[in-house]
Design a protein around this ligand. Structure first.
Ligand code: PEP
Ligand code: MN
Length: 265
């Protein structure tokens, strides 16, 4: 049975209304100049939403952990200037109050999908939530995690497939596009795809983005960096400006053939 997708409004734009949403930006906000430059660029090429991490949950405590609270003012400035909504990760329920005025959509990262206390807190607020799939979570567990937020009264939930850990090691994760088609058949929640974390390799981001559009995803979330080799996190999967431009150019005719269009800014 086909379920009608329940669109979610983020800023002034919708995800899940039939159009294809492009969310783009750096893995992490590195400085005002960096985030402003990337954001202006991705907007000029059709991104309707920004991404950019303030708090990063890294595997090693020695790795860059994000600018944290220092990035609040940067994020606000960039959103005001570009007039684009920001989706960024919340890593701790104690961040809720202050992040309310900084981000337009709270992202729950893969590592926190099972953090039910965080999900319950997010169920109490009136702000859209992007719930990423845990990298070892069944689709069923992921949907149940979404239900923690819905049960609290917050119905503005968007799911994000970001790859799962399998026996395959040639790519960072195995992007499970089955889940997108499956969720479309059982749930009303919009679902987007993150081929950056799903593959971990910039050369694979374009083909898997095209595949995401073909399978019926409501959008994609893409990491972009002006100089990927200098990125403070996830450089190997970041698209250069040229690669991002090429991706949008190739998505265009595919979406047309599918009878869809990009989410307008
Ligand atoms: C991210 O998108 O910034 C991120 C950390 O992704 P994930 O939680 O999917 O690893
Ligand atoms: Mn990243």
């Amino acid at each position: 049975m086909d379920h009608r997708t329940q669109a979610v409004k983020i800023g002034q734009s919708w995800i899940g209304d039939g159009r294809f949403a492009v969310i783009a930006g750096p893995c992490a906000i590195e400085s005002l100049e960096h985030f402003l430059e990337v954001s202006r660029f991705v907007k000029s090429r059709g991104a309707a939403f920004l991404r950019g991490g303030l708090f990063k949950l890294r595997t090693s405590p020695e790795s860059f952990q994000g600018l944290g609270e220092v990035a609040y003012a940067i994020a606000r400035k960039v959103c005001t200037e570009t007039r684009l909504p920001l989706m960024a990760e919340i890593t701790d329920p104690r961040q809720v109050d202050r992040l309310m005025d900084v981000v337009d959509c709270f992202q729950v990262g893969s590592r926190n999908m099972h953090n039910y206390e965080l999900l319950k807190e997010l169920g109490k607020i009136k702000k859209p939530i992007l719930l990423k799939r845990g990298f070892a979570a069944l689709v069923k567990e992921w949907i149940l995690a979404a239900e923690y937020i819905l049960k609290g009264g917050n119905e503005q939930v968007v799911l994000c497939e970001r790859g799962i850990r399998t026996f395959e090691t040639s790519t960072r994760n195995t992007l499970d596009l089955n889940s997108v088609a499956y969720i479309k058949s059982v749930s009303q929640l919009p679902v987007i795809v993150d081929p950056s974390h799903g593959t971990g390799l910039s050369s694979l981001v374009k083909p898997l983005s095209l595949a995401a559009a073909a399978v019926g995803a409501d959008g994609i979330m893409i990491e972009v960096h002006p100089r990927p080799t200098e990125a403070l996190s996830d450089g190997a999967q970041a698209l250069t400006y040229e690669q991002f431009e090429e991706l949008v150019d190739q998505l265009n005719p595919l979406l047309k053939a599918l009878g869809r269009e990009f989410t307008a800014v």
